[in-house]
Design a protein around this ligand. Structure first.
Ligand code: BG6
Length: 502
């Protein structure tokens, strides 16, 4: 996970962003690239070519990039460094569908520029466009020689969603594998670039305290939560086709599940880690038995108030059908059917327009069998390990200890590690890490095709076997989501742990 099998130091970089005027580029990619370049983590010879359909010249684009970086950078922006960064940025107007000549011209431009560089160039194509364009763009790149299959310096980064079901994901993958070898493909799940998600391996395998207990003998249940206060905003047309299953569950949530439940890899090299993740995803129980569907709750937000602001219902959002049945919330009980996890429920929940925005993984340990013999210990909460991914990054361990004083009274104690306070502002954003690792040809932070295949199988089994949409529950924006999600855990004798960020 942390190993790089190729450095970026002796290289030059040509980074082509398809979707250069889009939201992702302006909110995430340009600020990430600014930090990477300002911190000296990109080669000196770096050119960033933003490609879009809108007519604009370099100067116009740089001006809009300057504003986006100032607005979205994770720290204050240094004027001189920003000017220096913008010198590396170019804009190219291009019709990327239906105009093959534009690819020929781009290839000429790239070859001319590569010839001027001292160090051999890495060509990195970042596809930050609608998913319907992924396949056609890769085909054009291949057909016009912009990427050559087997050339390790030619790489393509592909945003999610990768397909909309197993069949379309397979078709897209075939197009991509015609043009590129697997090691040239970087399928993005930006959660894998988040610090605390990368930290899961370190916490699990770097501590003698946790790994011996990491199984059904000692763990009662695991809860993976990723909630947002935001609604779908301007992405109604995309969300209508994806809903929470494709937007969060198939990728971010299942990736977290795989990292938490996988076996220790042989080493931390990309393929070893990904082999183990695939095994965990393969062991995920499918929804092919009727009772399993009882462990699924879906909902859609109605009007409500989020942090004191009145917000519209999902069905009133722009580009959303007024009778839409697309779920914006899901809670489910999953099981990883292997020797380590047999009988341990893994509860997952995620939703938009909820009362809080937080991503965390809670590992609830079993109570000690003998504890019932000590009346003083009655009612003590279980031990919890909480991995806080956002908004605050850190880790929290809940234990029980004696309250100071003459009486023998127990109290809950929190051992709290706040990475956010320890490394204020110095923690790189997910996209910084992802771009850097793609430059280093380190694919461990990206999803391999077979991981996606098994994730899609899971989603498909849910859609095919559970008539979950007939039970779509409305929840007010700003609430905790449907109460049925609480009842699901109550019926198991458990409850959700909502651990506040500290
Ligand atoms: C994206 C989804 O992949 O992840 C969005 O498309 C969601 O709908 C976002 O808001 C959440 O990412 P983060 O980094 O803000 O937790």
């Amino acid at each position: 996970m942390f190993q790089n099998n190729e450095g970026g130091g002796d290289r030059s970089l040509l980074l082509m962003i398809f979707g250069g005027t889009g939201d992702l580029t302006h909110r995430k990619l340009l600020p990430a690239l600014y930090h990477l370049l300002a911190d000296g983590r990109l080669p000196e010879e770096t050119s960033i070519i933003s490609i879009g359909r809108r007519p604009m010249d370099d100067e116009g684009y740089r001006e809009s990039a300057r504003k986006s970086i100032a607005a979205h950078s994770r720290t204050g922006v240094d004027g001189e460094r920003l000017c220096n960064f913008l010198r590396h940025v170019h804009y190219r107007q291009m019709e990327f569908i239906g105009e093959p000549d534009s690819y020929r011209e781009l290839e000429d431009w790239l070859s001319r520029n590569e010839a001027l560089y001292r160090a051999p160039a890495v060509r990195l194509f970042f596809l930050a466009v609608g998913p319907e364009h992924f396949g056609p763009i890769v085909e054009h790149l291949r057909a016009h020689g912009l990427v050559k299959k087997g050339n390790p310096a030619h790489r393509v980064m592909i945003e999610k969603p990768f397909g909309r079901d197993l069949a379309t994901a397979r078709a897209l993958n075939e197009t991509i594998s015609d043009a590129l070898e697997e090691k040239q493909v970087y399928r993005i799940d930006h959660y894998l670039g988040k610090e605390m998600i990368r930290n899961i391996l370190a916490i699990r395998f770097g501590n003698s305290l946790f790994e011996p207990l990491w199984n059904h003998h000692y763990i009662d249940n695991i809860q993976i939560t990723s909630t947002e206060t935001l609604g779908v905003e301007t992405r109604g047309d995309y969300y209508e086709k994806s809903g929470i299953l494709r937007d969060m569950l198939q990728n971010h949530l299942l990736q977290m599940l795989a990292l938490i439940t996988m076996e220790p890899p042989v080493d931390l090299m990309p393929e070893s880690v990904r082999d183990e993740k695939v095994k965990a995803l393969r062991s995920l129980r499918r929804f092919d038995q009727a009772p399993a569907c009882g462990g699924v709750v879906v909902g859609q937000y109605g009007r409500g108030s989020v942090r004191g602001v009145e917000v519209p219902a999902y069905r009133e959002e722009p580009k959303v059908a007024p009778d839409s049945n697309v779920p914006t919330y899901i809670a489910l009980r999953a099981s990883v059917d292997n020797f380590r996890w047999g009988g341990v429920p893994i509860y997952i929940r995620s939703g938009k327009r909820l009362d809080s925005g937080r991503t965390q993984i809670v590992v609830e340990f079993k109570r000690l069998a003998g504890v019932n013999f000590y009346p003083e210990f009655e009612g003590q909460p279980p031990n919890l390990l909480v991995i806080r991914v956002q908004p605050v990054e850190g880790m929290y361990f809940q234990i029980n200890a004696k309250r100071p004083g003459s009486e023998f009274q127990m109290e809950r104690v929190e051992l709290n590690y706040s990475q956010s306070s320890r490394y204020q502002g110095n923690v790189p954003e997910a996209y910084e890490q992802l771009i850097l690792e793609a430059l280093r040809a380190n694919s461990s932070l990206f999803t391999r095709w077979d991981e996606l295949e098994h994730s899609w199988r899971f989603i498909e089994s849910l859609e095919e076997n559970c008539e979950y949409l007939s039970n779509l529950l409305a929840y007010p924006a700003g609430s905790r989501g449907p109460e049925a999600a609480d009842r699901m855990l109550e019926s198991d004798g458990r409850h959700w742990w909502d651990i506040e960020a500290k």
